[in-house]
Design a binder for this molecule. Structure first.
Ligand SMILES: NC(=O)c1ccc[n+]([C@@H]2O[C@H](COP(=O)([O-])OP(=O)(O)OC[C@H]3O[C@@H](n4cnc5c(N)ncnc54)[C@H](OP(=O)(O)O)[C@@H]3O)[C@@H](O)[C@H]2O)c1
Length: 218
C-alpha cells in the first residue's frame, strides 16, 4: 500500500534505516514524506544524502510528521518521550519498535488518549525479509493498523497479535535469527570437517535454511 502520510523516524540506526529503505524501495512512500532524527547530526546527514529524506531534531520530526516511529533503544525511550511530548499532538499516530516497552508506558509520557501501535520486527528487516508482529493500543483505529502494515509490510511479513503476546514474539522471531545463525554455523563446521571449503560450506548451509523455510511457507 502507498501512504500519503508524513513518516517521522526518531532514531535511525539499523532498524530505522531498514524501515525507511523498505518504504522507499517498495515505493510505499516518497523521500520527501520521510523525516529522520538521530543522536549524531552526521548520522542524519548521511541518511539525507543516501536516501534524499528530510533530516531534523527529534522535536522537528515529532511536530512535522503525521506518524512518529520510535526507533531508539528501549532504555532511552522514556527520556526521548519526555523530550518530544510538547511537540506530539493527539492527532499523531505513534508507532514504537522498542523491545519490551508497553504501550501504556508510552501513552503515559504523552497526552492520553493517544493512538499507539507497538511493533516487534527482527533483523532480517535489513534485507527486506522481516517477521514483524503488531499490536494495537486501545485507541488505535483500523486506519492506524493499515498505516502500520504499510510500514512493516515494506520490509517483510506482518502479523497482528495482542500486546500481551509480544514478549513471546521477542523470544521467537526477535531472537530467532541468532539461533539460526548458530545452526548455520554448526552445519558449515560439519561440512568443513568432511572436506568442504569454508566458503562453499557456508553458502550451502545458509541456502539450505533459506530454502527449507521457503518450502515450509509455500
Ligand atoms: N535489532 C533488532 O533486531 C530489533 C528487533 C526488534 C526491535 N528492535 C528495537 O529497535 C530499536 C532500535 O534498535 P537498533 O538495532 O536500530 O539500534 P541502533 O542501531 O543502535 O539505533 C539506535 C538509533 O537511535 C539513535 N539515538 C540514540 N540516542 C538518540 C537521541 N537522544 N535522539 C535521537 N536518536 C537517538 C541513534 O543515533 P546515532 O546513530 O546518531 O547513534 C541510532 O540512530 C530498539 O528499541 C530495539 O529494541 C530491534
Amino acid at each position: 500500500m502507498v501512504t500519503d502520510k508524513t513518516l517521522g523516524f526518531i532514531g535511525a540506526g539499523n532498524m530505522g534505516e531498514a524501515l525507511l529503505k523498505g518504504l522507499l524501495n517498495t515505493k510505499a512512500a516518497r523521500p520527501e514524506q520521510i523525516l529522520v532524527s538521530a543522536r549524531r547530526p552526521e548520522r542524519v546527514q548521511e541518511l539525507v544524502r543516501a536516501y534524499g529524506v528530510r533530516g531534523g531534531e527529534n522535536g522537528d520530526v515529532a511536530r512535522d510528521a503525521d506518524v512518529v516511529v520510535l526507533c531508539v533503544k528501549p532504555q532511552i525511550l522514556d527520556q526521548i518521550l519526555r523530550g518530544i511530548s510538547a511537540d506530539v499532538s493527539r492527532e499523531k499516530l505513534i508507532v514504537s519498535i522498542a523491545a519490551g516497552v508497553p504501550i501504556a508506558a508510552i501513552e503515559r509520557r504523552l497526552h492520553p488518549p493517544m493512538r499507539i501501535v507497538r511493533a516487534m520486527p527482527n533483523t532480517p528487516a535489513t534485507v527486506g525479509a522481516a517477521a514483524t508482529a503488531l499490536a494495537l493500543g486501545e485507541h488505535a483505529t483500523e486506519a492506524d493498523l493499515a498505516t502500520a502494515r504499510t510500514i512493516f509490510d515494506s520490509v517483510g511479513l506482518t502479523v497482528l497479535l495482542e500486546e500481551s503476546q509480544l514478549d513471546a514474539v521477542t523470544g521467537l522471531s526477535g531472537s530467532g535469527p541468532a539461533y539460526l545463525f548458530l545452526i548455520i554455523e554448526a552445519l558449515a563446521d560439519a561440512g568443513v570437517k568432511v572436506g568442504l571449503s569454508r566458503r562453499a560450506s557456508m553458502q550451502l548451509a545458509a541456502q539450505t535454511v533459506l530454502g527449507s523455510a521457503k518450502l515450509l511457507i509455500e
